[in-house]
Design a protein around this ligand. Sequence first.
Ligand SMILES: Cc1cc2nc3c(=O)[nH]c(=O)nc-3n(C[C@H](O)[C@H](O)[C@H](O)COP(=O)(O)OP(=O)(O)OC[C@H]3O[C@@H](n4cnc5c(N)ncnc54)[C@H](O)[C@@H]3O)c2cc1C
Length: 359
Amino acid sequence: MLDTLIVGGGLSGMTVARSLHQQGRSFQLVEARERLGGRILTQSASVGGKKANFDLGPAWFWPGQDRIERLISELGLGAFEQYASGTLVYEDERGRVQQGQGYASMQGSLRLRGGLSALIEVLASDIPAVSVRLAHRALAIVPFPDAMLTRTEASASGQMMEIRSRRVVLAVPPRLAAANIDLGAAMSALQIELMASIPTWMAGHAKFVAIYERPFWREAGLSGDAMSRRGPLTEVHDASPHEGGPYALFGFVDVPANSRTDAAALLQACQLQLVRLFGAHAVQPVELMLKDWAQDTLTAAPSDRAPLYHHPEYGLPKYLSSLCDGRLLLGSTETASQFGGYLEGALEAAERCVSAILK
Ligand SMILES: Cc1cc2nc3c(=O)[nH]c(=O)nc-3n(C[C@H](O)[C@H](O)[C@H](O)COP(=O)(O)OP(=O)(O)OC[C@H]3O[C@@H](n4cnc5c(N)ncnc54)[C@H](O)[C@@H]3O)c2cc1C
């Protein structure tokens, strides 16, 4: 019988898969999307034959996050520091812009050369392709005395499948799993309620990227960092690749998820704000990108649309720690106690699952 079924091919699920493969354990991974990476999403843009990658999900990790630093160096990937030299820009409620105000909140943060999807690509190349099923959504997880049974549906054909395994690693954010997967046979109503109460980190956010041929803000002595009390972007940073152009600025959109209904109008308002913040050169982007994670039902549950005003205290609640006699393990970043919510937390959660499996 299959040893482990991994549900979810984000950083956490993929790391579990890679470790189990290295240990010679049998596994299958089912991923609902047609791509791997989950909240890690990188898109390319080209200018004059030069292509560059831009992160629409996470972009940063930080010194002291040892697992991700180790993984990146083990995989032969390169990191670089967030661009932060130069003057900051601050915009008040009335749209008045001042230079030299505020602080470079992301100075010292690290980014991955080629964008974070480079990490996903290399991880994927370490996992046998036959062990991964894309576009297969888990619908239900049911424990039986001799096996765990997971029902899945193929998104293209609607074809249903039943996969039997010794155990299941559920590497899907708990709230999303509680909303979309029938866990009624594997958990009590209270446990499902507890899962639903755990917010999915950053799921209510939208990220905007504006790509330019020249880094005109750098040329004007600006770092690309901006804070705004007017919006729609609250926080803007340089998102240019390490190796040069095309260059980019990105910002987090501070419009409540339920009001982000008109993407075209939002793109235009974000671009106008960049003109207020950085001047007339911002008028002519090569390309604009917007990823609204709150509208993505494979990341955000409906209750994730409410804004989070602080970083939740994550970790694996004791009440969810030995589900189905240890045959159902929770593995997304939200279940990590030290770095919950972050990329590092996805690796931390994966590490906990793998060590439970190998025990
Ligand atoms: C805009 C944004 C910015 C962020 N910035 C940062 C940052 O700078 N630094 C940082 O450390 N972290 C950041 N994060 C958080 C970071 O993205 C996450 O910590 C990390 O990617 C979580 O990985 P995961 O594998 O735990 O979950 P996910 O990436 O959410 O993976 C879960 C996977 O499960 C799949 N799935 C869902 N439902 C099913 C189902 N029913 N059946 C099968 N598969 C299913 C999904 O498609 C997905 O691939 C950011 C997130 C966002 C959205």
